[in-house]
Design a protein around this ligand. Sequence first.
Ligand code: KDG
Length: 352
Amino acid sequence: MKTWVKRLGVSVLIPGLLAAVAGCGGGGSQTAQSTTTAGGIKERVIKAGIGLNEDHPEGQGLKKFKEIVEQKSGGKLKVQNYYAAQLGDDQKMTEALKGGLQEITVPSTSPLVGTVKEFGIFDFPFLFNNEKEADAVLDGPIGKKILDKLPEHGLIGLGYWENGFRNLTNSKHPVAKMEDFQGLKIRTMQNTVHLDAFKALGANPTPMAFSEVYNALESKTVDGQENPLATIESNKFYEVQPYLSLTNHVYTPFAFLVSKKFWDQLSDEEKKILQDAAVEAGKYERQLNREQNQKSLDNLKAKNMKINEVSNEEKARIQAAVKPVIDQYAKKFGEDLVKEMNDQLKQIRSQK
Ligand code: KDG
């Protein structure tokens, strides 16, 4: 009997039966075992996967999420965490959620532009001056508007965590002025805004999944990559990258995603537990990430990385050089949305 029929048989019949027995409706997901108990919280196993390591603030955030969910559900909702792309990279895990084969992942928003293009507005270089501005936009109407576009793609967005401000590392030379990007082979996330922006600077960008980056740097398939300091330290990029340039060129959010197939089975009580835990653990993760990025700068110095600052004048030259790319994508992502975001940022900056 064809596997999908067999799998279909097994997976749908049993929960259906259980539900019939218990009279509370709704089939089980492919992965979450569920047995019926009173009071709206069922025994469930929730698989949560990320691309970064357990020791990274995102990994620590996911541990905090597990702790809160299991505490609030009296141990009935069991969260199994998978780190370091054990379940695949951001795009693979996001597809697994759409198919109901995994319950949770927390990817960067950049690789999600293929699903909801509006996430691309967060990939505009030098958009946010600091984390406070990022929080205001992400936790405000604009952040919510974009998360609300996820359900039609089989995903539920419970909020934003922080990947952070990205900095360039490479094996060739310090990057202190715009011309230093010329000809550098740079790995980027799977995101056309990043690709086109680096091309506009004369670099030679290559999109690649995160788990392939270290080997690509070590084998010199690429000269460089860009990530927040905590990630450069956690994934030991300093072992294969002598130069670190503090470009702070893009702030990358994480989106906390749940499989809609799974979410639709949950009781309101279970949904509230997951929603509250994602927000509480998110606050914890952001704070931890900001502290870790400070510490990582010192740690990377201690690892003998040759670190250079990039002046605001050079950042302004870089921003001017990529502006045509940003204007082009603003049209694609929606000029009204981009205007609303820039107006919010102007308003925040005028309050100073
Ligand atoms: O868990 C998130 C990572 O998979 C990834 O998003 C990290 O910033 C990242 C990158 O460069 O891919």
